[in-house]
Ligand binder design. Structure first.
Ligand code: AMP
Length: 756
């Protein structure tokens, strides 16, 4: 490497062809204990990480069988015993008599967890706490810097509002199994609506606020809701009000399906014009008198759906993931204390969106099932009003468990590289941070630990506000389909003698209970016609392959796709008989830690070397002047394909020219990944922002398609003229970023043409 702009701390930078070295930063955390928690026949203590020690630079002893792994092995060897014990933390109407049933052995992907048992999830999230002394405890904190509002709802208040909303829904004929679509954004009424549906046994389908009309229309046509709940507008920045109602009107106009009722929460920032027959939430719900309240709740069989959540698929039609009620409730309840170390009464904050799985599981259901306090944050990491927002919320509400996506950390690091904003806040009660959504480059975690938790690399506290914050960061790997983490560090598992498994930067951690994770070899024996791998072979430790789960799947994972049971089988179970195909690539290292490297579609094949995008991205973000990076393939006449790096420069650093940074990245990739990765200076492109989904995932496929379009047009006399021909992904957070990227790529293609 020609210049020393890269830090030399170890990270994972591997290619599929030649794994080099694995992550090394390994904070071993001994956990102070407080408050007892009974678990699986042994007594554990509720984790308290506030006083946990800093990063240890010495490698941990991995031969140890950590409690997390002991529990997992038990759950795999004796699923019946394990899950029958776990289910006791849920209040059932008819308790389970058995855990697992596979009705047809020729269809091992079709299982029923807790067959025949009945429950009501909303009852578990509300009534049981109201009835057991928590009625005056705050259940929900709505913190909305964009409207300058903080509103707190006790369990009794939330319960009352949910009964009001259920009464309204019932008056429009909504009952068990009926669908209700919610398009409300980040307002408390969205949670009220979800819990009201669950109360009636109705199936909610929450769609991200502001989703485009035609996408919303697809979801309405597919799930045919009896009622649509909407907000008149959403607020996405201090001054950015987005009118939702016209988008909803547009969607309804495209649909054959007609909901019986549309109920609109009129937000004062932009009230909507209601059409005939529509009603405002204020009129329909808020004034329902106590005497008219419907106080009942439906009895729902464990495998009946709690909700449908759409996630994008490879076709234009999104996949409606159907969540079974009973297994999901059991697993969420289980994770709240063992994974997250969050006790009833403590404050859990998932800085995410209700339209994403993280919002469903850990803004709405998980914390409420557990009797904790949940925070609904209507704001951003920066800009509402500045990069102190996250620390302000943590301090103000005494957050103990904090969950976000890596993209938020990248944004904070770009805006506030030295953590100047954080220094004003007391974060001593934050026990741990959890991350999910995308692979988090180790450099980003190192930044968090150094500048935000205030613990330096030797474990010394470097901030003096309150006591040092725990430096525990648990990556969580999961999917919309799974509903809760499959891999992570179970921070809540700790007792006097136990340590939580050490954290390795670059790895998502160890698999969790019920997860039989395997890596299958990439073989060429794959039958192209049937797309079935007839003899899936397991890869040895350290080898990269397809990440799969051996059947049966644990409780809580989707049990079908709405209206698409065949697609359910074809998408997830056909290719590798006997396994669930996660669609991700990665490996298990010699310590049993799982490394998620990329989506299978994002693998780049350079002259027969398969290279994961994350290997190169990781090197790029370690550059002192690079905030974020994304890597995609472009066609190459000899090598098949080569990587293109889109890099975002840090705002505060402009020490070197783009040319110098390009050269550094190329040199860094040569050194850390290998020359065969074939990153060339001309293929490093600077952009202002990366295109991302609302849940923070980089839209690599869109960038790839743009590069393909530019390549196609290269030989045409006029080249590419006008607007970008690549369709805008439905999930994009900000459409303007698409135009920016297109403009940057066009400039890049034109420069290349000129110089050739
Ligand atoms: P979604 O269903 O939208 O949450 O997307 C799930 C996908 O996001 C996974 O299959 C992974 O590709 C990616 N993902 C989620 N969490 C992680 C993580 N902790 N590390 C790496 N990739 C992740």
């Amino acid at each position: 490497m020609n210049r020393l702009f890269f830090k030399t701390a170890p990270g994972i930078a591997v290619s599929l062809a030649a794994p080099r070295h694995l992550a090394g930063a390994t904070p071993a955390c001994k956990i102070a204990s407080a408050g007892r928690l009974s678990l699986m026949g042994r007594s554990l203590r509720q984790a308290s990480l506030a006083g946990s020690r800093g990063i240890s630079t010495s490698p941990p002893v991995h031969s140890k069988l950590y409690l997390q792994e002991q529990l997992r092995q038990r759950s795999l060897n004796d699923p019946e015993g394990f899950w029958m014990e776990a289910q006791r933390e849920i209040d059932w109407i008819t308790p389970p008599t058995r855990a697992l049933e596979t009705p047809d052995p020729t269809q091992p992907h079709k299982v029923n967890w807790f067959p025949g048992a009945t429950l009501n999830v909303s009852y578990n999230a509300l009534d049981r706490h109201v009835n057991s002394g928590r009625k005056d405890q705050v259940a929900l904190i709505y913190d909305s810097p964009v409207t300058q509002t903080v509103t707190k709802y006790t369990y009794a208040e939330l319960h009352h509002r949910v009964m009001q909303a259920a009464t309204m829904l019932r008056s429009h004929g909504v009952g068990k199994g009926d669908r209700v679509l919610s398009y409300m954004g980040m307002v408390p009424e969205a949670i009220v609506g979800m819990l009201a549906c669950a109360r009636l046994g109705a199936v909610h389908s929450v769609v991200f606020g502001g989703f485009a009309s035609h996408e919303l229309a697809k979801r309405i046509e597919d799930c045919t809701p009896k009622v649509v709940l909407a907000s008149s507008c959403g607020i996405e920045g201090m001054d950015k009000v987005i009118a939702y109602k016209p988008l909803l009107d547009g969607a309804l106009d495209m649909c054959k399906h007609r909901p019986a009722k549309v109920v609109v929460l009129q937000r004062p920032q932009m009230p909507a014009v209601l059409r005939p027959g529509e009603q405002s939430w204020q009129d329909a719900v808020d004034h329902i008198a106590d005497k008219d309240l419907y106080r009942g709740y439906a009895e729902v069989e464990a495998n009946e759906p709690l909700y449908i959540l759409y996630t994008s698929g490879t076709t234009g039609m999104p996949k409606g993931v159907v969540r079974p009620s009973g297994g999901h409730a059991v697993v969420l309840q289980y994770t709240m204390q063992r994974m997250y170390g969050c006790a009833p009464g403590q404050v859990y904050w998932a800085a995410s969106d209700l339209g994403w799985i993280l919002g469903h599981s850990y803004i709405c259901y998980g914390p409420l099932l557990n009797g904790s306090t949940t925070v609904l944050y209507e704001g951003k990491p920066v800009g509402t009003p500045d990069a102190s927002a996250f620390y302000r919320v943590m301090e103000q509400h005494k957050v103990t468990t904090f969950f976000t996506a890596p993209t938020a950390l990248m944004i904070l690091r770009r805006e506030d590289p030295h953590g100047a904003y954080r220094k004003k806040y007391d974060l001593s009660h934050v026990k741990a941070m959890f991350l999910a959504g995308e692979r988090c480059p180790p450099e980003i975690l190192r930044w968090w630990v150094r500048h935000i938790t205030g613990v330096d690399d030797t474990g010394r506290a470097v901030h003096h506000v309150g006591s040092p914050v725990s430096n525990v960061v648990s990556d969580n790997w999961w999917q919309t389909e799974t509903g809760s983490p499959l891999v992570g560090t179970m921070v809540g598992l700790s007792s006097d003698g136990d340590e939580i498994a050490p954290i390795k930067y670059g790895s998502a951690g160890l698999p969790v209970q019920g997860v039989d994770l395997r890596i299958l070899r990439i073989t060429d024996a794959f039958d192209e016609d049937t797309e079935v791998d007839p003899r899936p072979t397991e890869a040895p430790r350290g080898e990269i392959g397809n990440i799969v789960l051996k059947l049966p799947l644990p409780p809580g994972i989707m049990n079908t796709l709405w209206n698409a049971d065949d697609r359910f089988f074809q998408t997830y179970f056909r290719r590798f008989p006997g396994y669930y195909d996660t669609g991700d690539m990665g490996m298990v290292d010699t310590d049993g830690y799982v490394h998620i490297l990329s989506r299978a579609d994002d693998i780049i094949n350079v002259a027969a070397h398969r290279i994961s995008t994350s290997a190169i991205e990781e090197v790029a973000v370690e550059h002192n002047e690079v905030a974020e990076a994304c890597v995609v393939a472009r066609a190459h006449p000899i090598k098949g394909s080569v990587p293109v790096v889109l890099a975002v420069r840090k705002h505060h650093r402009r020490d070197h020219s783009d040319r110098v940074i390009r050269e550094d990245i190329v040199a860094g990739v040569r050194e850390r990944v290998g020359a065969f990765a074939s990153v060339y200076v001309r293929n490093v492109v600077f952009v202002e922002r990366l295109p991302k989904t609302r849940s923070g995932k980089v839209l690599r496929k869109m960038v790839r398609s743009m590069i393909e379009e530019l390549a196609r047009a290269k030989d045409e006399p006029a080249g590419v003229v006008g607007a970008c021909p690549v369709p805008t992904p439905a999930t994009i957070e900000d459409e303007a970023v698409k135009d920016e990227i297109w403009a940057s790529l066009r400039r890049w293609a034109a420069e290349e043409k000129e110089s050739s």
